[in-house]
Design a protein around this ligand. Sequence first.
Ligand code: ADP
Length: 220
Amino acid sequence: MRIVLVGPPGAGKGTQAAFLANNLSIPHISTGDLFRANISQKTELGKLAKSYMDRGELVPDEVTIAMAKDRMEKPDAVNGFLLDGFPRNVSQAEALDEMLQSEGMKLDAVLDLEVPEAEVVKRIAGRRICRNDSAHVFHVTYKQPAKEGVCDVCGGELYQRDDDSEETVRKRLEVYHTQTEPIIDYYKAQGLVVTISALGKVEDVTSRAMEALRREDHAA
Ligand code: ADP
């Protein structure tokens, strides 16, 4: 399956993507994670990306699309992938369509995670992420690790993302509304969108998502 995940920052895309990709045996491709890997490896792309990410803005399309394409062309992605954080505006969605069409492929579903804005702000402000794996996510009040600052899963160091400050979160939400939300209508026109609520327990959201994708798969 080829799936795109959309939803505001803090909707739980990364958390859900890890479970879904595992259940569906497809790679989880996160442009945010790819940029963060470049930042920690201090590459030129990382330096460029960081300057945009720290302001809550989108990294320019040209480099983002090239990076995503490069990742989607890796051998593990031939039978499908779960995209998280890409596309993030209509021109990236168009580029993805072109890319897939040229290979005779198409998307199977766009999973839209819905969550109220007040909840988003609470989730992000307290979010702590493991340095080893961004799918190991904790929260200072909602999901405390057994030992403060240490990942329960792998013992890695927990940290707060530079772009999770309140000011940057507000900017990221604005960018989401103006630039990313329009891709939902773009994909609705292709009949691909399934919307689910991202509220409640992580495992409940995962089962809701799996159920919605199964229905979509049968409908296709
Ligand atoms: P979140 O979904 O919580 O906002 P991500 O890790 O997906 O976090 O993205 C963090 C930042 O990385 C974004 O605010 C943006 O600056 C950059 N980024 C990620 N994906 C893209 C993309 N497809 N196009 C442009 N910038 C992106």
